[in-house]
Design a binder for this molecule. Structure first.
Ligand code: GCU
Length: 676
């Protein structure tokens, strides 16, 4: 069925002329053994080629013409091949058209079996994309060690900020029943190189660390292991009190330290390759070390010491904000963590959201990147579109990921991009990682819409290679998910590449942010001002009044700009050098401020909203033209969602402009319709 369940691993029958050629290149498979990882690789190759050619490759002991040969370094099969395996680590691979024992084969070689698994998926990707040159020569290795999905899944199967149905983890039937969906989830991740999954919400329940849930997590670990995926758990900082019956969770208390050690031992007994803990502490009401006047480093280290002898790590989140920071919420993570640089144990990595507020349609990069030379930083993206229209919008996040990764922190000089910081190339990091808040649930299509699947895909591909291109990734995804026919792929990619900017424009143009409805974050609410804490109110972020609009984060305002490296700070301190796209993030400007376009700010703002709406209308037309290439079910759902998105885009434009014009008292420029 074309219900989206197969994601980008559809392996549909290739058109007749290509089918034979493909089969000739996948007649048989030679693999060095039957370990679980190899069984996954071989099973996927067989499944894929069986689907695409109609004939499953046979298993063979020695290479014959048209074989796919899997081999690890040191194998006699590689004698004389002179392969560039050095520097590929355990997970990288080489794919080559080669001649072995006189016959032409396709060689997948690696230093470790994980590399063979990833190489197998890479070969399948080429076959699916109909992009298999006569002489294959590909070499790839992940640039980041930890490529992890964060599931914000609760134990009752609700998903915080999830828009694709219930949690895929059926805690109730685990550990006894390990349904096939778990394996398909693991396959999809492995196809991208994702090698870790945090099973439960960062707003963690203490029960997730009790024996019954450890057993359930262990069952899932058993499913994931053959696909190279480690399991992690979110830990609630006060668990020693809630499930340990201690009267404190003070990280410097020896009883607390002993409790975490014993808990870690218990987990590792059930899950020998357990990855470690993810921790949200002293943020949004969660308990944490500051409850005991200890630092975040003290808090991270108590958990780190518990898992270290097992080889585990702690991912400690820097997403913190509290009432104590009324002048600018954007400054708190840096203020709390920067002074702790170098104070974290060596198996801790601090996980930082891409921006300093909260997964907005656009944010400048987080000032912590480049500012923690002695503390490894892990980048956290949100794949689920909490603030970008949730399941309905067709917003491809590749350009967002790319923009953040390419942002230049100028930490030590030009070119110190967020990507290089995260790779540990700006400052040498012992651990490197990228996390993505998953958009996965039990919906048949996993992600709530077909195009939301592209964001899972893009996250995985960027985690493997943070220097990748969003357009190239979109091409892969579109070709695999629908058809490699360029008459489909070219326009579909063009549509995807503009789709996130459309959301920015119709929701929060020119650097505006956090204008979404309170709590559920869907739809416009720029006028909301009366909530208990100032930073919960959209008016706190837009600061609009009769004189103008925008958040002054320069020295005359909150001075958040000072958290950036001096050249970046200087650039953002001046509205003349601040890009239009980030203008109102950093500056409060009069309504008649003269923009680069020559228009006044008010007119520019109104036109941006209108442009966002027009872009969605254009996407609807583009999609309609693609009908001949898409099956009925996926075509219809996407079309319906685009109709809904256009409605929402108009709602955003009209509601926002109605409110802003009550302050600016200016007429709408030509081309922007008056609110209905
Ligand atoms: C956002 C989101 C919360 C989430 C939090 C976090 O604020 O709205 O639901 O818990 O981020 O990242 O911890």
């Amino acid at each position: 069925a074309d219900d989206g369940y197969d994601l980008w691993l559809r392996y549909t029958l290739a058109p007749a002329p290509q089918r034979a050629a493909l089969h000739a290149r996948a007649t048989s498979i030679v693999a060095p053994g039957r370990s679980p990882l190899l069984a996954s690789a071989v099973g996927e190759l067989r499944r894929g080629f069986a689907g695409m050619t109609g004939v499953a490759p046979v298993m063979a002991d020695r290479p014959a013409a048209g074989a796919i040969v899997l081999a690890v370094a040191g194998s006699r099969l590689l004698d004389g091949q002179a392969l560039p395996l050095e520097g590929l680590g355990r997970e990288g691979y080489v794919i080559r058209s080669a001649t072995i024992a006189g016959v032409p084969v396709t060689l997948i070689a690696a230093n470790g079996e994980a590399g063979l698994l990833y190489g197998s998926f890479a070969l399948l990707r080429r076959a699916q994309m109909a992009d298999w040159p006569a002489r294959l020569d590909e070499r790839s290795a992940p640039k980041v060690q930890l490529r992890v999905l964060n599931h914000w899944d609760n134990l009752d199967r609700t998903v915080e900020r999830g828009y694709a149905g219930q949690s895929i983890w059926d805690w109730w039937s685990l550990p006894d029943w390990k349904g096939p969906r778990y394996t398909d989830y693991a396959r999809a991740n492995a196809s991208l190189g994702i090698n870790g999954a945090v099973l439960n919400n960062v707003n963690a329940r203490p029960e997730s660390l009790t024996a019954p849930f450890i057993a359930k997590a262990a069952a899932l670990a058993d499913v994931m292991r053959p696909w190279g995926i480690k399991i992690y758990l979110s830990a609630r900082f006060s668990a020693p009190i809630e499930i340990g019956k201690l009267n404190t969770a003070d990280p410097l208390d020896p009883a607390v330290q002993a409790w975490w050690r014993a808990k870690a031992d218990e987990i590792y007994k059930a899950i020998p390759d357990f990855g470690g803990f993810l921790v949200k502490a002293n943020s949004e009401g969660q308990p944490g070390p500051q409850d005991y006047h200890r630092t975040h480093a003290d808090g991270a280290n108590v958990l780190a010491q518990a898992v270290r002898r097992h080889g585990g790590i702690v991912m400690y989140r820097a997403f913190v904000y509290s009432e104590a920071n009324p002048d600018d919420r954007a400054k708190q993570a840096y203020a709390d963590f920067k002074p702790l640089d170098g104070r974290f144990d060596d198996n801790v990595i601090v996980q930082v959201k891409n921006g300093a507020i909260d997964f907005q349609p656009r944010e400048p990069f987080h000032p912590l990147f480049g500012a923690m030379p002695r503390t490894p930083l892990m980048l956290e993206f949100q794949i689920t579109k909490e603030y970008l229209g949730q399941n309905f919008s067709l917003a491809y996040l590749g350009p967002l990921f790319e923009e953040v990764l390419r942002a230049d922190t100028m930490a030590h000089g030009r070119g110190d991009t967020v990507s290089r910081v995260v790779q540990g190339k700006v400052d040498p990091y012992r651990i490197t990682g990228i996390a993505g808040v998953a958009n996965i649930g039990v919906d048949r299509d996993w992600s709530g819409s077909t195009f939301n699947q592209a964001n899972w895909y893009a996250f995985g591909r960027f985690a493997w290679d943070p220097d990748a291109s969003s357009a190239a990734i979109a091409r892969e995804w579109a070709a695999m998910t629908f058809t490699p026919d360029p008459r489909f792929v070219t326009p579909a990619v063009a549509m995807m590449q503009r789709s996130r900017e459309a959301v920015v424009d119709y929701m929060t143009p020119l650097g505006l942010h956090h204008q979404m409805a309170t709590g559920y974050h869907y739809g416009p609410a720029p006028w909301v001002h009366a909530l208990a804490r100032p930073e919960w109110n959209p008016v706190y972020y837009a600061r609009a009044d009769a004189s103008g609009i925008g958040f002054n984060r320069t020295a005359s305002g909150s001075n958040a700009v000072a958290q950036y490296a001096p050249p970046v700070a200087a650039f953002y301190a001046d509205p003349k050098t601040t890009p239009d796209e980030e203008l109102l993030w950093f500056h409060h400007l009069p309504w008649d401020y003269r923009m680069r376009s020559g228009r006044i700010l008010w007119d520019e703002l109104a036109l941006r909203y209108q442009h966002g709406v027009a872009e969605v209308a254009a996407m609807r037309r583009q999609w309609a033209a693609l009908r001949p290439y898409v099956d009925e079910e996926r075509f219809a759902k996407t079309a319906a969602f685009l109709t809904r998105e256009q409605h929402d885009a108009e709602w955003w434009r009209d509601a926002s402009l109605a409110y802003w014009s009550s302050l600016s008292r200016r007429p709408l420029p030509a081309g922007v319709p008056a609110p209905a």
